[in-house]
Design a protein around this ligand. Sequence first.
Ligand code: UD1
Length: 315
Amino acid sequence: MAKYLVTGVAGFIGRSIAAELLRRGSAVRGIDNFITGKRENLAGLEGMEFLKGDLADPSVCASACDGVEIVFHEAALASVPRSVADPVATNVNCVDATLNLLVASRAAGVRRVIYAGSSSIYGDSPTLPKREQMLPNPISPYAVAKLAGEQYMRSFTRVYGLETVTLRYFNVFGPYQDPTSHYSGVLAIFCRKMLAGEQPTIYGDGEQSRDFTYIDNVVNANLLAAVAPAHRVAGHAMNVATGSRITLNETFTILRELTGYRGEAAYAPPREGDIRDSLADIGLAGELLGYQPHVDFREGLRRTVEWYRGHRDGG
Ligand code: UD1
């Protein structure tokens, strides 16, 4: 019987968490509906029990949670512009799915749910770095949905005693991230394009900045959140990031070195719903989980470029 459930396991964060759990010899169940997850991402996870299903269906959630002790809830329709184009789909796949999963977790006697929160909930307040006690200020429907999920987590701890932990991810990147959709994360898109000798487009002046976080740091934070004592972490939300930021223009320059791309970037108008700067204070995750980012931005980007180099078809 699986001890761990990973939702969104065919997405790049879910797949990376499942791979590390399997590597440590744990029994893992994974679920995905393949709206954005890719079947190819399940390669290497053969030891896992896999369920194809949609968390919007409560009976699917019940089967997924059966016998499980700890849930890593990574499933979402992750993308600010996708939510601007279709807010209802984002709500169904982020909010309804999360509530169904919590109800099923409680019914199945799951001990802890670790939730993929998002830095987008901070919005565009100019104060940096972002600290957890700041008032959320979501702009996009995606940010609203991610915040609603977080609030449900907290509520289920307070009302039902289910242990929940929210990890607010800041712009995660790394191997297995889908580079093929225009809703993809910027680094995945840039790696794919620049390795193929295609010109990337920077929206705005390129001086916007992000706290880009390499996937291994996020996996590590999740595993720490699974073992942290309940009295410290249950009902809490904390940033998971590196605590440093870099502009898109600087990133483009580093990627030119790493990929060998010799052209310039194209510039286009800023994207709707975008925020200007993002930077995390990671002190709370350090205090509550003992979290420290072990892989810095440059090394993470180097590993990511190498991975895309070996997976030119986009998978
Ligand atoms: C946001 C959230 C992040 C969330 C992610 C889900 C913030 C700060 N971050 O990331 O927590 O996990 O959505 O998708 O709200 N860009 C280009 N060219 C491209 C693609 C993007 O210039 O081809 C620009 C965007 O306009 C943006 C930046 O790159 O300024 C980052 O975009 P993206 O990777 O989509 O992530 P966020 O929207 O920052």
